[in-house]
Design a protein around this ligand. Sequence first.
Ligand code: ADP
Length: 557
Amino acid sequence: MSDIEIAQQNEQSEIKPIQTIAAQIGLGQHDIEQYGEYKAKVKLAALDQRTLPQEHKLILVTSINPTPAGEGKSTVTIGLGDALNRLNKQTIIALREPSLGPVMGIKGGATGGGYAQVVPMEDINLHFTGDMHALTSANNTLAALIDNHIQQGNELHIDQRRITWKRALDINDRALRNVVIGLGGPFQGVPREDGFNITVASELMAILCLATSITDLKARIARIVIGDNDQKQPVTVADLKVQGAITMLLKDALKPNLVQTLEHTPTFIHGGPFANIAHGCNSILATTAALKLADYTVTEAGFGADLGAEKFLDIKVPQLGKHPDAVVLVATIRALKYNGGVALADLKTENVAALTAGFVNLKRHIKNMQQYGLPVTVSINHFVSDTAAEVTALQNLCAELNVQAIDTKVWANGGAGGIDLANAVLASMQTTVDYRPLYDNQASITDKVTTIVQKIYGGQAVEFSTKAKRQMQTFVANGWDKLPICMAKTQYSFSDDPKQLGAPTDFTITIREFVPDLGAGFLVALTGNVLTMPGLPKKPAALNMDVAADGTITGLF
Ligand code: ADP
């Protein structure tokens, strides 16, 4: 059965009204705003009134470098949440919101898979509670206000060749990466080069996910740099005096969305910044809500641990004010064999030697997470093609590092398939964590980038382009150099070359350019060619989708 068939079958018989789920975590009718029967936003006031319980544990789920073979982070996150609840550990899951780009493209949705899913999956993967639309509107309102400012006399002397704020759309549309706007004469505006980002790559998405209140959201939006003036000085949203209008458009999007798993575990799905150009985690407000309303919060960070978890720990944690108590590293036998050099077509054949060769990728991620002082448990996301010999071999390899690797069958069995994982994670949290951040924000930009490259990627050195060097000088002059670094790198490799699988060493990372995201509060360091507007593949997932006369959806994974 496909993910959507499993979800639909269970939804019809089992899904509970969202008030019931809210009540499970102590939220009354007046604390939520319903969006239909099965979705709700939680009012910020309801969260402000609540304090953190004595016992509140945060579990971060991350993975090895993604491969076309698939890892299943969301699936394991959901299954682990369900398993903890089965063990009577009151648990809430916090996940990212899907973007229509990957939904229509190739990767799929963001609601898990098999019997570890969040429902109603059709709604969540499509328009949900309108957050993406609000973000797109807010992003484009700012773009329109910038062009209008120039058209109406350009009091701020904005240099139209140096505007960095792009327009946005939440779909993979490569034709819009670079566009020329304002053509057609004086009434149509001032012509200039522009471009589109996918909405999840907009700085507004990162801001929404890091903001702690409407006031904080507005202050962050005011700080956004939209480009330079003709003196090459930064122009901000505050200069344009439109932070109020943009914040207004996001006031509802800021509230965390509450849904449920197939096993009725309360789940917040809120915010979904790209994990390459941005920090790749759900909102601070949703994670905080989960921490306040449950004893255990299970959350996920995008892509592999080199990107998602590093940014979770170095960007999100300081703002959240809480570090994880445990890390779960998801790996699949298939993906490790792929890292060990096996072709996609041969991944179903038993191959312990390739698995052993590919283990270097998982090993480096384990060591990386341990550097932060965090206990690590490996979850082997079980596929039907995995053999007993392969599972045992992987468990033995992990045991050599004193790490438990648990065969996890949540895709096939839901929470029941994650009980062993849940018990191992609970046991790993028995010892006190001596959390050690990777770097100090007071260090220089060069030092911070070099620390990430050497200590997380396993690289040798960093090269900065002439442009990047010039930018670093400007950032020091502007007082922006004490912000954390958000690396924009391929998710497929520890290096900046997507073809270097396993655990490459001796490589140099080149920083082409920086993007100062002052609203989000980090400096994006661009390596290689990172796309902020993806394209659709030759056979987009859209080809399989349909809707029947009664509104039933098919082919949405
Ligand atoms: P990630 O969060 O790592 O991107 P997901 O959890 O979203 O991955 O899973 C991606 C896809 O892989 C989903 O369609 C899901 O149904 C499928 N999948 C995940 N785990 C398994 C598994 N153990 N067996 C078969 N398919 C799986």
